[in-house]
Write a new protein. Structure first.
Length: 202
């Protein structure tokens, strides 16, 4: 496991810059704002309209080999109360995820994860919930934070803080980006992987 802004920025640059989603100049601007105001680089990129939500989500969905969920879709998502009991607020915030649904018949859990993802999020959820099947979709940090705030803390207007470009509030308990818990292999993969990507459906 790693922590710290250097590794986080390396991951973001590896995914966004090498795929042509963001420029080095845009990243530098976002980093300056984060240093002054806090928050995450990705959220600032979105808030300043230096990147498009759809492009960021596609890039990270391709990197992780999964699917993405736009903020507007999460606005209408309803989280099962049973899932909130099984995955408490602190653990959800620590992992940067919000549960979406549980298929009891097949024993499969679907969650949405803030990007970049925390390291080993699927395996940790398998252990936490006691099931083998975990599907992790990705969304912007602000969208996940808004869904967490509404589902766990009763902030019914949380999505009013989410912009049209997917920027939004921070997690209540932690202002770190979930990428600050990425492991070394994931950081290296982001910096070196530039081809052979699967197309992810909108």
């Amino acid at each position: 496991m790693v922590s710290g802004s250097t590794e986080t920025e390396a991951l973001i640059a590896g995914v966004l810059v090498t795929r042509g989603v963001a420029t080095s100049e845009a990243l530098a601007t976002a980093r300056e704002r984060v240093a002054a105001e806090g928050g995450s680089v990705i959220d600032l990129l979105l808030r300043l309209n230096l990147v498009r939500e759809i492009d960021v989500l596609r890039a990270f969905a391709e990197f992780y080999g999964t699917r993405f969920v736009r903020a507007e879709t999460l606005r209408s998502a309803q989280v099962d109360a049973e899932l909130i009991q099984r995955i408490d607020a602190q653990r959800a915030e620590d992992l940067g995820i919000c549960p979406l649904r549980f298929d009891a018949v097949n024993g499969e859990l679907t969650v949405v994860s803030s990007i970049p993802q925390a390291a080993q999020v699927a395996s940790e959820l398998r252990t936490l919930v006691g099931i083998r099947g975990v599907h992790v979709f990705v969304a912007t940090p602000g969208a996940v934070a808004a869904l967490l705030r509404r589902s766990y803390f009763g902030e019914v207007d949380a999505f009013s803080l989410v912009t049209a470009n997917g920027a939004g509030p921070t997690l209540r308990g932690d202002t770190r980006s979930p990428a600050e818990t990425m492991d070394d292999d994931e950081i290296q993969a982001a910096k070196t992987s530039t081809s052979g990507l699967r197309t992810i459906a909108d």
